[in-house]
Ligand binder design. Structure first.
Ligand SMILES: [Fe+2]
Length: 380
């Protein structure tokens, strides 16, 4: 039975192809002058920010390697100050989810009347910032696709989003050759995060047909091509780059659920990378929701390659979950919370925090302290 839904388009332009990075100046208007290239230290060391600056030699460029994991609010303040001091009109974020979310947040911070610390209270940021935001993803985070910038607010001990149409980037450049420089373990973990996006988008209670279409295709592409992409196969890297992108194309019209909520807590509280946390949580979150969303998990199972002939929906769903478990192991990623250094005595606190998470309302299984605690203990 189809329930009512809304479908709104996304505003950014996507350019995909080998060596498309050399055409980045096509995304910059002639009247722009000062370009701020932002990245983390590890991306700086690859030389990519310098390469991008060389493709933008008609403009003044400033490289800032001030991006930090999980986007602490302090780095947003620092970036905003540099934007103002240097009269920046274009931001180019280069790297994974933290670089992209930092780019989104500093563009909004520059535009907003709210002090940076108060941006979390701005209900919905819809006005497009004057600063143009171009992004060059080098992982499979897919952060570039959403109208959300996840920021760590230390006083709250959790990650909360700045959101609204104004947060969207303007241009995305996917150059699959850049992924060849990305460490294979990062391809594996961010790829599992992207697979999780597609899966959660289909089983969450905000699913709808338009987002099913894209999320299911992302599941097919990622599940099929991740193992070879991690081995450096060029064609597979291109497929997983597109698969990851599509995994969040439906984000503004659907949602993620409990897996991402747990991953956010693990990220902010213990510094566990988002992709690693997602890889651990994925099968457990699926099993947690299976009893109330069996038909949705059967659709997911088919996208994962399970043939439904002569099988019940529950059997297809369970085989799909087993395939995800197997993929995590094949990619040599951790499978247990205990492996990530989370103290067992913290499980009660994590369960409590989970009930306060932004995305938790879209989880189909009703949450109680008891059932969350049981899921976390299984995961440990
Ligand atoms: Fe994610």
């Amino acid at each position: 039975m189809l329930t009512p839904f809304k479908q709104t388009p996304v505003p950014y332009k996507i350019t995909f192809g080998k060596q498309k990075i050399s055409q980045i100046s096509n995304c910059v208007d002639d009247e722009h002058e000062n370009i701020f290239i932002i990245c983390g230290e590890s991306v700086l060391e690859t030389g990519l920010p310098d390469q991008i600056a060389s493709h933008l030699s008609d403009f003044s460029t400033l490289i800032w390697p001030g991006v930090r994991s999980h986007v602490p609010v302090e780095s947003i303040k620092e970036g905003k100050t540099l934007l103002c001091e240097n009269d920046i009109d274009v931001v180019v974020s280069v790297g994974g989810g933290s670089a992209i979310d930092t780019g989104k947040a500093i563009c909004i911070a520059d535009e907003s009347d709210y002090p940076v610390e108060e941006l979390i209270h701005a209900d919905c940021i819809d006005a497009q910032p004057e600063i143009n935001h171009i992004t060059v993803p080098t992982t499979l985070s897919a952060a570039e696709m959403t109208n959300l910038a996840g920021v760590s607010w230390p006083d709250r001990d959790m990650k909360k989003g700045i959101k609204g149409r104004g947060v969207f980037v303007d241009d995305i450049i996917y150059d699959p050759l850049l992924l060849e420089e990305t460490p294979s373990d990062l391809i594996a973990s961010t790829g599992m995060n992207a697979l999780n996006h597609g899966i959660e988008m289909v089983y969450c209670n905000k699913h709808q047909p338009f987002t099913d279409a894209t999320a299911l295709h992302s599941i097919r592409l990622l599940y099929t091509h991740l193992p070879d992409a991690v081995k450096g196969n060029q064609e597979s890297l291109a497929y997983v780059q597109v698969g990851a992108s599509i995994s969040l194309l439906g984000y503004t019209n659907s949602a993620t659920a409990i897996n991402h909520s747990v991953a956010h807590i693990l990220g902010v509280r213990y510094g566990i990378p988002h992709g690693i946390a997602n890889a651990v949580v994925l099968p457990y979150g699926m099993r947690f929701n299976l009893p109330v969303a069996t038909n949705r998990f059967a659709i997911i199972g088919e996208a994962l390659g399970v043939s439904p002939e002569e099988m019940t929906n529950k059997e297809v769903a369970l085989e799909g979950i087993a395939k995800c478990e197997n993929l995590v192991e094949r990619l040599d990623l951790p499978t247990r919370l205990g492996e990530l250094g989370v103290p067992k005595e913290d499980l009660a606190l994590i369960a409590e925090r989970l009930l306060e998470e932004d995305f938790i309302n879209s989880n189909p299984q009703k949450l109680t302290k008891t059932n969350i605690r049981k899921m976390l203990e299984n995961m440990y």
